[in-house]
Write a protein that binds this ligand. Structure first.
Ligand code: SAM
Length: 284
């Protein structure tokens, strides 16, 4: 089995008359060392069913297939989705039977679209939708226990940020609802074709129990969205329309044991869960 290098990627791209688009975040990995590293850091096992989002020309897919029981690859681009089984059959026939390609938008897939229940997410994600894709998959695929994704460096920082950090925000809190998230190393831009104008980073996700709360996830996320919509404001002010009035916001915050003059960036997901429990009922 041989991985795709710069020459193989160029040959495949020419064959497909491919013009990588920014809209679909099409930056393909041309470095075998990088895909091997992703698979190693993902710590996949031969029992794992991996879901790969955006397999593209198959750089990562080829490195992943020998290490897991199955790969379910979800690709939005019909030309790439059509070519991938042929590439794998040609370059790694011994593991080609482990691959299923699903031609779909990752933001719309659910368990019913997949041939098996994925246990691990391994992906070089399309950068413009990386956070929504991660949150969507963690929400709709409860079988997913772990993940290792490559994203824009700045997004890696945001996803893994802790309260108090300058970049802590909505993605950090929502990701923390589902998983323990940490940065798992930097990646330079020269491992891609075409090279993006930003650096990348690896992020590891390990599923956790969500905070114990009587509020629903949607209710908690509504409080998070409201708190960060005006992130420079105190929670008392930022949550005024969420609660109905500034006084109601103050009351909810005090009821949750949170200082009304704090800011959203200081709170953990558990704090938002307690705040959501205190939201005043809406009068019809
Ligand atoms: N995994 C390949 C690699 O490492 O070389 C390609 C990664 S490239 C950064 C992102 C891939 O995601 C592209 O193949 C693109 O067509 C695909 N893609 C973009 N948006 C998508 C979506 N919403 N659902 C599924 N695939 C998507």
């Amino acid at each position: 089995m041989s991985l795709l290098g710069p020459v193989e990627v160029r040959v495949l791209a020419e064959k497909l008359n491919l013009r990588p688009t920014k809209k679909l975040g099409q930056n393909f990995v041309i470095d075998g060392g990088t895909v091997r590293r992703i698979v190693r850091v993902a710590e996949v096992t031969p029992q794992d069913v991996a879901i790969e989002i955006g397999p593209g020309l198959g750089s990562l897919t080829l490195a992943l297939l020998p290490e897991v029981a199955e790969v379910v690859a979800v690709e939005i681009d019909p030309v790439l989705a059509g070519q991938l089984p042929l590439t794998v059959e040609q370059r790694a026939p011994e593991v080609a039977g482990r691959l299923t390609v699903v031609h779909a938008d990752a933001l719309k897939v659910g368990p019913g679209d997949l041939p098996a229940e994925p246990t691990v997410l391994v992906a070089n994600l399309p950068y413009n939708v990386s956070v929504p894709v991660v949150l969507h998959l963690l929400r709709v695929l409860p079988s997913l226990r772990r993940g290792l994704v490559m994203v824009q460096a700045e997004v890696a920082d945001r996803l893994a940020a802790a309260p108090g950090s300058r970049v802590y925000g909505v993605p950090s809190v929502k990701a923390a609802w589902y998983a323990d998230v940490r940065r798992a190393g930097p990646v330079g831009r020269n491992v891609f074709w075409p090279a993006p104008n930003v650096d990348s980073g690896l992020v590891s996700l390990v599923r956790r129990e969500p905070p114990s709360t009587t509020a629903t996830r949607e209710e908690v996320f509504a409080a998070v969205d409201a708190a960060f919509a005006q992130r420079r404001k105190t929670l008392r002010a930022a949550l005024a329309s969420w609660a109905g009035t500034p006084a109601a916001a103050e009351e909810a915050l005090v009821g949750a044991g949170v200082d009304p003059s704090a800011r959203g960036e200081q709170l953990r997901v558990e704090d938002f869960a307690r705040i959501a429990e205190q939201r005043p009922a809406r009068t019809p």
